[in-house]
Write a protein that binds this ligand. Structure first.
Ligand SMILES: [Zn+2]
Length: 340
């Protein structure tokens, strides 16, 4: 009897490390907005980004104009409260990002050019949901190739659609053939509506316009394609009223918190998120990092949500996982695997 008891205690003790290990694994997070980029994507490295910024300084058109401002933004720490520095190589960027996905148990909708997305997917097949970074008129992305990606499952999310940088709205007719395809293959769409780099209209995206921050720009597209699932990346920041009216009118629309969760002064981000939650849209807010070339941005973004004292634990789980799982129509089996 005593022997059996000792044996049992022995079994319990030997099982303890395994149990402790399992208990330590964090609950899964879905990042709706990760990028698989070259480390030079945001300019010659190293480039900096505020996480968060302290303020948005003025541009002096007499002091280098847009390029001068870009330099201030990406090459100096003058606007940052905390500055992140970009990864030094493609390998470092990919490895560091994937390491963080593993550390925080993240599954990430990942977009970039297809060769980059494939490379990241090869390295972490169970953590990368492939998307595609898309602009209108890119000769490497003809309609036929998009159809092929949808048909074969090479692309599971159509986006991020970076139309705002081209001065194009989701509802513009030029986007129609692509939206028809996405609807036909039931591929959800992620469209950039909101924050690009401040001042980018003067250094690299001359057609970028403030009015395209409005979620209203997606309205006609959604009305024309009612079966389409649409994620408004960057949550249409800072045009809150437009966003709330859009979410209210089009219940199929979700938002992701990409980039605003780490670049905005923390209080401004929290105010924006709180207003969305208080208006009753907590089931349609999804975490997104919008990590580009600064892997640590993923952690700052997670922290920004975790530190929001106005969110309950349940609301945080919805933002970090449940809402995206529903939006992406993950199967019970996929969800079970994420929680394993
Ligand atoms: Zn974006």
């Amino acid at each position: 009897m005593r022997k059996i008891l000792l044996l049992r205690i022995g079994l319990l003790l030997s099982a303890a490390p395994l149990w402790a290990q399992q208990a330590k694994k964090p609950l899964p997070i879905i990042d709706m907005h990760l990028h698989a980029f070259s480390h030079t994507d945001q300019g010659p490295p190293p480039v900096t980004i505020g996480a968060p910024y302290r303020d948005w300084s003025a541009m002096d058109p007499g002091q280098g104009g847009g390029n001068g401002y870009a330099g201030q933004l990406l090459k100096s720490a003058t606007m940052c409260e905390t500055c992140l520095t970009s990864a030094p190589s493609d390998d470092a960027l990919r490895n560091q990002s994937i390491q963080l996905l593993k550390k925080h148990n993240i599954i990430a909708v990942t977009s970039g050019t297809m060769p980059y997305v494939r490379r990241w997917q090869q390295q972490a097949p169970d953590r990368i949901i492939p998307g595609i970074l898309f602009t209108i008129g890119d000769p490497t992305q003809p309609l036929d190739s998009i159809r092929h990606y949808f048909q074969t499952g090479a692309v599971k999310v159509f986006g991020e659609l970076c139309l705002q940088y081209q001065g194009i709205a989701l509802s513009d007719t030029v986007v129609e053939p692509y939206l028809k395809l996405a609807e036909e293959f039931d591929v959800p769409v992620s469209v950039h509506i909101g924050a690009g780099p401040p001042g980018v209209a003067y250094f690299g995206a001359s057609q970028y316009r403030a009015r395209l921050h409005s979620a209203f720009t997606a309205e006609e597209a959604m009305a024309r394609h009612p079966k389409l699932r649409v994620a408004i990346a960057h949550a249409g920041w800072p045009l809150l009223d437009d966003l709330l009216a859009t979410l209210y009118t089009h219940p199929q629309a979700y938002v992701d918190l990409g980039v605003i969760c780490y670049i905005l002064p923390r209080r401004a981000f929290h105010d924006y998120l709180r207003r969305i939650m208080e208006a009753g849209f907590g089931k349609r807010v999804m975490f997104g990092s919008d990590q580009m070339v600064w892997p640590q941005a993923i952690e700052v973004g997670i922290q920004a949500i975790n530190k929001a004292t106005f969110l309950t634990e349940r609301q945080k789980r919805d933002i970090f996982y449940n809402n995206a799982a529903r939006f992406l129509r993950l199967t019970p089996e996929q969800i079970r695997q994420h929680y394993q």
